[in-house]
Design a protein. Sequence first.
Length: 386
Amino acid sequence: MTFSVLKCPNCGEEYNINRNKYTCDKCGNILDVFHYDMKYETTKFKGVWKYKNMVHPTISEDKIITRGEGDTNLYRSERISKYAGINNIVMKHEGENPTGSFKDRGMTVAVSEAIRLKFNKTLCASTGNTSAAAASYSALAGIESYVMIPGKNVSTNKLFQAVSYGANIVDIEGDFDNAMADVKKTIDKTNDFYVLNSLNPWRIEGQKTIIYEIMEKSKPDFISFPAGNLGNTSAFGKALMDLKSLDIIDYVPKLLAIQAEGAAPFYDYIHGNKDHIEAVKAETIATAIKIGNPVNYKKARRSMEFSNGIVEKVTDDQIMDAKRVIDRSGIGCEPASAASLAGVLKLRESGIIDSGDTVTSILTGHLLKDVSMMPEYKVLKISDIL
Ligand SMILES: *Cc1c(COP(=O)(O)O)cnc(C)c1O
Ligand SMILES: [Zn+2]
């Protein structure tokens, strides 16, 4: 029979899922969800819950809080192919999710779990998109959300979403890393809150479905995406391990985790071959990946090792250059998302990706998430076009 436990990826210790733990009592590592006797059988649902048997096999359907997230589109563009020097490159647009980012995929699972565990308050730290998703799904479930937001570091549009969905806003001095530290302090003191950051292993389960969808439709050589708190990096490797262990795929695509140069502790950790990640003071225009002390770095390393993947870093100029191409192609994305294309271009130029390779790049957020940098444009008069 299928059942799930919380399992330490470091020492193997297991915990009942009803205990609502994030870290291992024995070694302090962040826990994974582990499904015994997992089966790749899809359900009647669409999107994330189509893969219920791989995500949360035992939760009863009446506990599921969903807005029909997932099942996002793939886009091809000649402009993007030319820019990257790769014929076969497609963009998977996670900005098409209900609140405009991939965070909805994790949130539908985590908030459903909060309901299963009978919590009535959720808590998260956020660079913006997590709080938008947390606020929406908590409201849909009829429970209160609290979001710790580093006021000066969040786009107005994302804050607008969280406030509109009725979140309680907790203002934090400093940046995302300070907010995350405050979340940890809070849950050390009280059990009132269900935490929705990606240290919550159920979010990782939901985000795995991005990879299930990609691998169901295609066989890319590379999958690129922006990497900040490393939730996706962790989820994507775990999804590939799932599919490989069940013989659903017969090869493993290489994961390309792309960081912003001013917020690249994972790049330094992997390339420096260090035991521990060293926190940095993050600085980048791409606020969704402006994270200097990512919590999921060990699970993320496992993903890179399993997929024989590459961690690359790109400058803010390279990110904004790639964003302009994505925007002008008619697809559009928020700044952080464009790192996925900027990284591909860099790896193409250095010869690691060949022009004949197939690439899927993940656009993590919607164009309208951040409108603070209006592109230059010219205003015409009617007489100019007559
Ligand atoms: C959260 C987020 C990221 C970073 O994802 P991680 O899983 O934290 O690495 C990138 N882009 C957007 C738009 C995001 O909202
Ligand atoms: Zn452990």
